[in-house]
Write a protein that binds this ligand. Structure first.
Ligand code: RIB
Length: 300
């Protein structure tokens, strides 16, 4: 019988990263740094972030039978993630093409590859994995039908956390399961669609809540986050740091929040801790390599 704090269902990508003086516009070519290849992908990132903090973590994902897939599996195992749910083969490993500018901001294009072959039947076949965790988290670099199947397969008592990235309209069944739905500004605007009639993050939080989630978190980068439940919208502060690379910071935030919720913390407490984890993650280059241990977070 499995026993996990967190099961992450999601993507695993090889991140092909180039530093640039400025990110190119349409039709433009710029020169950048030497290419660096990091383990990434929003699902794999969340799993590593949680495990590094001390969470008993498993990943349900699919990688290709190739060098990038082996890089990703090695990174998961080195962080202590249980990879029993990582399927191999069917397509090349997903790849993310990433440019990072001097302010630490990035642009990302993802070729889903094997992530697109993580199918509802893979969730069904994973059976026992979904019976075990306190919290299950997902993102949208895998097919939406697969996320729907995750929601249907949740064990009684398991909490579902979703970061809808990259964002798209969500079925009511998925929205109703989120506790919380975690969005940044861009994701909030896309999920709200025509219902986005304000520039106020607090209004987005309330409007998102009205679409069905049990709770909502709007991340605000260096400004922290807003936490919305039925009763209130609360602001959670971040800590000031010098940003080097924001890649994967949102994944670290989501993983930390999900883990702390599973430990019984309130949403405000969990988001406060997650904001510090996200802040630590932007102070180092890359995604998974940048994630802090619990001791490092305590020292912030
Ligand atoms: O959130 C950051 C991640 O987005 C990167 O690691 C990249 O793989 C893309 O999935």
């Amino acid at each position: 019988m499995y026993d996990y704090d967190l099961l992450v269902v999601g993507s695993a990508n090889a991140d092909l990263v180039v530093q640039v003086a400025r990110r190119p516009g349409a039709g433009e070519t710029v020169l950048g740094s030497d290419l660096v290849v990091h383990p990434g992908g929003k699902g794999a990132n969340q799993a590593v972030a949680a495990a590094r903090l001390g969470a008993r973590t498993a990943l349900l994902a699919r990688v290709g039978d190739d060098g990038h897939g082996r890089l990703l599996l090695d990174a998961q195992r080195a962080a202590g993630v249980d990879t029993v749910g990582v399927l191999v083969g069917g397509a090349p490993t997903g790849v993310a093409l990433i440019t990072v500018d001097p302010s630490g901001d990035n642009s990302i294009v993802v070729s889903p590859g094997a992530n697109g072959r993580l199918l509802p039947q893979d969730v069904q076949a994973a059976g026992g994995l979904l019976q075990a965790p306190r919290v299950v988290s997902a993102q949208l670099e895998i097919p939406l039908e697969t996320v729907v199947e995750v929601v249907r397969a949740l064990a009684p008592g398991s909490r579902f956390v979703l970061n809808p990235s990259p964002p798209r309209a969500l079925p009511g069944e998925v929205l109703a399961a989120c506790d919380p739905l975690i969005v940044n500004e861009h994701e909030a605007r896309v999920i709200l669609g025509d219902a986005c009639v304000s520039d106020s993050p607090a209004d987005w939080a309330r409007s998102l809540l009205a679409k069905g989630p049990r709770s909502v978190v709007v991340t605000l980068g260096s400004e922290g986050a807003l936490v919305a439940t039925g009763e209130e919208v609360a602001q959670v502060a971040s800590v000031k740091v010098d940003a080097v690379d924001t890649t994967g910071a949102g994944d670290a935030f989501t993983a930390a929040l999900a883990w702390r919720l599973g430990r019984g913390e309130s949403l405000v407490e969990a988001a406060s801790y997650a904001a510090r984890v996200g802040a630590a993650a932007v102070t180092r280059a890359g995604a998974q390599e940048s994630y802090p241990t619990a001791e490092e977070v305590a020292g912030l």
